[in-house]
Design a protein around this ligand. Structure first.
Ligand SMILES: [Mg+2]
Ligand SMILES: [Zn+2]
Length: 174
């Protein structure tokens, strides 16, 4: 029996081009190869989850419902490319935030590892069978704090980037 494998992807700057406080589907511009990367990961036996800081909620720019609706739409778009996002984890918090209920020094806002630890637990995956790709050092820091290898994506085709990681980690199945 093969062990369960998990890929954790940051959202803004990895799946979609990072536009400040993105919340509308019409503003989503997919990073080249991002949807294809998810489909490929699935074929390699990985479940794929998204871990994203969304302080726009705490800042009062949009609500959690808006975040969830955007994520449902993104999951549906990825599905059209043959991939599945198994779950989205987002942190709506920010210390000192304008919206009082989200003014929380939480454990989930990256570089803290809360979302990653939650995903490992939810999907029953060992840290050594997981990796994270993000475009910010705080993504990598969060991964390492959870005992997961983190990789800094700095541009280019995401499928190429992800394939190199999986082959180097020898977690590929073909
Ligand atoms: Mg990012
Ligand atoms: Zn949080």
């Amino acid at each position: 029996m093969t062990e369960k494998k998990l890929c954790l992807l940051d959202r803004d700057g990895v799946l979609n081009v990072d536009k400040a406080y993105l919340c509308k589907t019409e503003d989503v511009e997919w990073v080249p190869g991002s949807r294809e990367a998810i489909a490929w990961l699935n074929r390699q036996g990985f479940q794929v989850v998204v871990v994203t800081n969304q302080s726009g909620v705490a800042r009062g720019f949009f609500t959690e419902d808006v975040v969830r609706e955007l994520h449902d739409w993104m999951a549906a778009e990825v599905k059209k490319s043959g991939g599945e996002i198994a779950s989205f984890y987002y942190c709506p918090h920010l210390p000192g935030a304008a919206v009082r209920q989200y003014d929380v020094d939480c454990d989930c806002r990256k570089p803290k590892p809360g979302m990653i630890l939650q995903a490992l637990n939810d999907f029953d995956v060992k840290p050594c069978n997981a990796f994270l790709a993000g475009d910010s050092p705080r993504d990598v820091e969060a991964a390492e704090a959870a005992g997961v290898k983190g990789f800094l994506y700095t541009g280019g085709n995401l499928l190429d980037f992800i394939q190199k990681i999986v082959w180097n980690l020898k977690l590929a199945e073909d």
